[in-house]
Design a protein around this ligand. Structure first.
Ligand SMILES: NC(=O)c1ccc[n+]([C@@H]2O[C@H](COP(=O)([O-])OP(=O)(O)OC[C@H]3O[C@@H](n4cnc5c(N)ncnc54)[C@H](OP(=O)(O)O)[C@@H]3O)[C@@H](O)[C@H]2O)c1
Length: 259
């Protein structure tokens, strides 16, 4: 018999929940019985079961709008999953990363979490219960230089910030954990594979392999599925993970080559 994750009645905010990993996290938490609120800049057509707040969390005002919505609709929060993140920086290495590109990387990948935590964690501390998950990346320790130097550095900063926050919050009953995915085959990733195949005049499988090769290979032979990352997060936010805090969980099919 499988044991349920016991999320019934818990209130969960998931940032970046309309695509990729975030969409899978929303589905997993809803399936486990949580009430879910999610945010993105634009609503996914067909989103039904969760509350949705349109906001750009890369800005202080967008974060405040999300905080206001949580307070207005729920008052309290039990689970906060920071999925939002990514990079739109151009290729070209460190020379093309001007201050504005660095600021964009930090706003989306670090400061969105910092701002939301700063506003929402105090209520969790008063409740003496809650869980925060920061979605980092294996790039925090395995950075790729061509276009994602600033992204990788921001994710490393997010990881260090998360560890510090766990030391402050855990003694007061709030767990703070990190999940570091390797390559995840989201819709956007499938689009990238198709683009590489088109540009290189090669098949989809060869293009997929080229991405895996650029990461130094994936021993498992394939990328993560968004649902696999979501399952790990759903476990970590559940009472079954009550002893886990201050740790980072890598899910990458073995990509990171060190123990
Ligand atoms: N995919 C991978 O291979 C991979 C690997 C390692 C780590 N990760 C990490 O995993 C997380 C999810 O990645 P993903 O690939 O699943 O993402 P994704 O498919 O690109 O989806 C990103 C989500 O965030 C929202 N979003 C983006 N910018 C936003 C903003 N400024 N304000 C509010 N919402 C915003 C998007 O909706 P809108 O566009 O409508 O705003 C969407 O819901 C990220 O933190 C990423 O760094 C991903």
């Amino acid at each position: 018999m499988t044991r349920p994750l016991e999320l019934q009645g818990l209130r969960a905010l998931v940032t970046g929940g309309t695509k990729g990993v975030g969409r899978a996290v929303v589905a997993s938490l809803l399936e486990a019985g949580a009430d879910v609120m999610t945010t993105a800049r634009s609503k996914r057509v067909g989103t039904a079961s969760e509350r949705f707040i349109a906001a750009d969390v890369a800005t202080p005002g967008g974060c405040q709008a999300v905080v206001d919505a949580v307070r207005r609709h729920w008052g309290r929060l039990d689970i906060l999953v920071h999925v939002v993140g990514g990079s739109t920086a151009p290729a070209g290495g460190f020379r093309v990363l001007d201050d504005s590109e660095w600021q964009k990387a930090l706003d989306l990948n670090l400061l969105a979490a910092v701002r939301l935590d700063r506003a929402l964690l105090p209520t969790m501390l008063e409740q003496r219960s809650g869980v925060i998950v920061h979605v980092t990346s294996i790039q925090g320790r395995l950075p790729l230089p061509e276009a994602t130097t600033a992204y990788a550095a921001a994710k490393a900063a997010l990881s260090t910030y998360s560890k510090a926050l766990s030391k402050e919050a855990s003694p007061q009953g709030v767990r703070v954990v990190r999940v570091a995915p390797g390559w995840v085959e989201t819709d956007a990733a499938v689009g990238l594979v198709a683009e590489i195949a088109r540009q290189g005049n090669i098949g989809m499988e060869a293009a997929r392999q080229a991405i895996m090769d650029s990461l130094g290979g994936i021993p498992l032979g394939r990328p993560n599925k968004p649902e696999e990352v979501a399952d790990l997060i759903a476990f970590l936010v559940s009472p079954r993970a009550a002893a886990i805090t201050g740790a980072e969980f890598v899910i990458d099919g073995g990509t990171v080559p060190i123990a």
